[in-house]
Design a protein around this ligand. Structure first.
Ligand code: KIV
Ligand code: ZN
Length: 579
C-alpha cells in the first residue's frame, strides 16, 4: 500500500478487559459444531451448488459427524427453498441431525422460512440483523441503536408467534448480531438480551447467541476479549449457548475461533476448508484436526480427508491450495534434506514403537498422515534441495532396498544432482531408474556373464571359481580362489592386474518375502591411489551372484570416475605449461 494512503485507516478500539482469563486456558473438549457450508459457503461460490450437489454435500457433512447443519436460506431463492423440501421429502435428515435455516429480520422472509420447515423433525431458526455503527450508518442509512434493537425484537416476536403453528417440528432459536465484532460490545449485548427477553429461553432450552466476526477487522486476541466480556457480562449465561462465527479477512479466522473457545464459547460455526465470503469462513477441518493433534476427540471424522477434498472440489468447483493445512497436496511433504533426514529417523522410531502405547513424535509432522487418509508416499519428495536421507527413504519404502548408512550420501548426491540437471522434481520411478543405471547395472568396463565354483578337495573353506566375463568388450574367463565366489572374484581380478582397488565394506539383505525373494548386496571399494571410495549394488535371486554384481558395479563406477578425474587433472596440467 502506498504510504500516502495509510492515513485513511484507523485502528479499532479493543474491549477493556484487564482481568481477562482466556490466555491461561487450554482447549480440552470439542465444541458443538455447526457446518454452514450449504449457506455461507454456498452463497459465496461463483457457481453455487445445484440441488444434487447440495444433497451430496449434505450427506457428506452428515457422514463427517455434524449434528447441526445450516442447510440454507430458504426465503432467499426457490433453489434454497426446494433444497430444504428435498431433504424432507426424501427423508434425508437423520433423527440426530438438526437443520438450521437462516433468515433476515423481515416478516415475509420469516413466514416463508417457517413454510420451508414443514415436516422437519428438528430445526434451528437463525435470525440475524446487523448491529455495528458502520452498518447502522451505511446500510441502514443512519438508523439509531433503538431502530436496530426494534428490528431484532419485532422479528423475534414474530418468530415466537409462529412456533406453535409449526406442527411437530422441534424448533430451537438462534440470534446473530451480524457484525458483532465491530459493534459496541455493550450494545451487542443489549440487543441479544432484548431478543432473549422475547424468546424466554431456559436452561433446558437455551437460545443460541451466535457472535460473528462478519468481517475480521482486528487481531484474534481482541475477538477473544469480546467473547469473554460477553460471557461474563450477560445475564442468564446458563440460558444461552455462545456460538462463534469467524471470517478470515486478516487470515486469522482459525486463531480467533480457537481463542474464542478459550474465552468461553460453546459452539463453532464454519465450513470445510474455510469456504465462504471473501477470504472465507472459519476452516472447521483445521480446528477439528488441531484438536485431534492434541489428543482431543473432536467428534468429527476426517479420517478420509482426501476423499472429502475431492467431493468438496467437485461440488463447489473451488480449488484447495497446495499448502492448505492438513488438506493441501504438499502439507506432509518435505523437500529439504535436513527435514527428510529427521522425518526418516522419526518414522523409523515409530515403526518400532508399540502400536498400543506410543505417542506420535516425528519431526516436522504434527500428525500421522494415514490418520486422515493420506499416504506416506508424498512425505518425502526429491528435488535438487533434497538430502541424502530422502532418497534412501524412498528406495527403502518403495523398493525395500535398505541402503547402508554410509552409502546414503553418495546415492543422495547423485540423485539430487540429477534433479538439478533436469531442473525438476523426480518421481519414485525415476529415482529407481537413475539409481539402477548408476549403482546397480554398471557394466561399462567389466561385465559378469556367469560363474562356476568347485570346493577345494583338501580345504573345504576354499572355493575355486571360474568366472566368465566381458572385459572392455572382450569375452574372457578369469580364475581365482577364495572362501566364496566374491573373494575368488577379487583374487581373479588381482591376478588379471585389475588391482587398483580394495574391497572395504559389504552388506546384504533379502528383498521381499516368499519364493520370489531377491538379495540386495552393497559393496564399497576404495581406489588405492586416490583413496576415494565407491559403492555398488547387486540385486539377484542368487545371493552369491548379487555379491559379484555389486563388486563389478562398484569397480566400474570407480574406474569411470577415476578416469574422468585423471583427464581433468591432465587438462589442468596442460593449461599450466608456460607459454
Ligand atoms: O458472517 C456473518 O455475520 C453471517 C451471519 C448471517 C451469521 O454469516
Ligand atoms: Zn458469515
Amino acid at each position: 500500500m502506498k504510504r500516502s494512503n495509510i492515513g485513511k485507516y484507523r485502528p479499532f478500539q479493543p474491549v477493556r478487559l484487564p482481568d481477562r482469563t482466556w490466555p491461561d486456558k487450554q482447549i480440552t473438549k470439542a465444541p458443538i459444531w455447526c457446518s454452514v457450508d450449504l449457506r455461507d459457503g454456498n452463497q459465496a461460490l461463483p457457481i453455487p451448488m445445484n440441488i444434487e450437489e447440495k444433497v451430496e454435500m449434505f450427506k457428506m457433512l452428515v457422514n463427517i459427524g455434524f449434528k447441526e447443519i445450516e442447510a440454507g436460506f430458504p426465503s432467499a431463492s426457490d433453489t434454497e427453498f426446494n433444497f430444504i423440501r428435498r431433504l424432507v421429502n426424501d427423508n434425508l435428515i437423520p433423527d440426530d441431525v438438526t437443520i438450521q435455516v437462516l433468515v433476515q429480520a423481515r416478516e415475509p422472509l420469516i413466514r416463508k422460512t417457517f413454510e420451508s420447515l414443514a415436516g422437519v423433525k428438528k430445526a434451528i431458526v437463525h435470525l440475524y440483523n446487523s448491529t455495528s455503527p458502520l452498518q447502522r450508518k451505511v446500510t441502514f442509512r443512519d438508523a439509531s441503536k433503538d431502530d436496530i434493537k426494534n428490528i431484532a425484537t419485532e422479528a423475534a416476536t414474530l418468530i415466537q408467534s409462529l412456533i406453535p403453528q409449526s406442527g411437530d417440528t422441534d424448533i430451537r432459536l438462534q440470534y446473530s448480531p451480524e457484525s458483532f465484532s465491530d459493534t459496541e460490545i455493550d450494545f451487542a449485548l443489549e440487543v441479544c438480551e432484548a431478543v432473549m427477553d422475547v424468546w424466554q429461553p431456559t436452561e433446558d432450552r437455551p437460545v443460541i447467541l451466535n457472535l460473528p466476526a462478519t468481517v475480521e477487522w482486528n487481531t484474534p486476541n481482541t475477538y477473544a476479549d469480546q467473547i469473554e466480556w460477553f460471557c461474563r457480562n450477560m445475564k442468564d449465561r446458563n440460558k444461552a449457548i455462545i456460538s462463534l462465527h469467524t471470517h478470515n479477512d486478516r487470515g486469522t479466522g482459525i486463531a480467533a475461533t480457537e481463542l474464542g473457545l478459550l474465552a468461553g464459547a460453546d459452539r463453532v460455526e464454519g465450513t470445510l476448508f474455510g469456504s465462504g465470503e471473501r477470504t472465507g469462513n472459519l476452516d472447521i477441518v483445521v480446528v477439528a484436526l488441531n484438536m485431534n493433534s492434541h489428543g482431543i476427540d473432536s467428534g468429527l471424522d476426517f479420517s478420509n480427508l482426501a476423499e472429502i477434498t475431492q467431493v468438496f472440489e467437485r461440488t463447489t468447483r473451488m480449488k484447495i491450495a497446495d499448502r492448505q493445512p492438513y488438506a493441501g497436496e504438499l502439507v506432509f511433504t518435505a523437500f529439504s534434506g535436513s527435514h527428510q533426514d529427521a522425518i526418516k529417523k522419526g518414522m523409523d522410531i515409530m515403526k518400532k514403537a508399540d502400536p498400543d502405547t506410543y505417542t506420535w513424535g516425528v519431526p516436522y509432522l504434527t500428525i500421522d498422515p494415514p490418520d486422515i487418509g493420506r499416504s506416506y508416499e508424498a512425505i518425502i519428495r526429491i528435488n535438487s534441495q533434497s538430502g541424502k536421507g530422502g532418497v534412501a527413504f524412498i528406495l527403502d519404502r518403495e523398493f525395500a532396498l535398505d541402503l547402508p548408512k554410509s552409502m546414503h550420501p553418495e546415492v543422495g548426491n547423485f540423485i539430487n544432482n540429477k534433479a538439478d540437471e533436469l531442473g525438476k522434481e523426480l518421481d519414485i520411478d525415476e529415482i529407481k531408474e537413475y539409481f539402477d543405471d548408476e549403482f546397480v547395472e554398471r557394466n561399462d568396463e567389466l561385465k559378469l556373464v556367469q560363474f562356476f565354483t568347485v570346493r577345494d578337495e583338501q580345504d573345504p573353506e576354499v572355493e575355486h571359481a571360474s568366472i566368465e566375463v566381458i572385459y572392455k568388450g572382450e569375452p574372457m574367463i578369469i580364475n581365482g580362489n577364495g572362501n566364496g565366489p566374491l573373494n575368488a572374484l577379487v583374487h581373479a581380478m588381482h591376478l588379471e592386474g585389475w588391482k587398483n582397488f580394495d574391497l572395504i565394506d559389504y552388506r546384504s539383505h533379502s528383498v521381499g518375502l516368499g519364493s520370489a525373494t531377491e538379495s540386495a548386496t552393497y559393496i564399497q571399494v576404495i581406489h588405492k591411489d586416490s583413496r576415494k571410495t565407491y559403492w555398488g549394488c547387486g540385486i539377484n535371486t542368487n545371493i552369491r551372484r548379487a555379491g559379484l554384481l555389486a563388486l563389478i558395479s562398484a569397480y566400474n563406477r570407480m574406474n569411470g570416475y577415476e578416469s574422468k578425474s585423471e583427464l581433468s587433472s591432465q587438462k589442468v596440467e596442460k593449461s599450466r605449461k608456460p607459454m
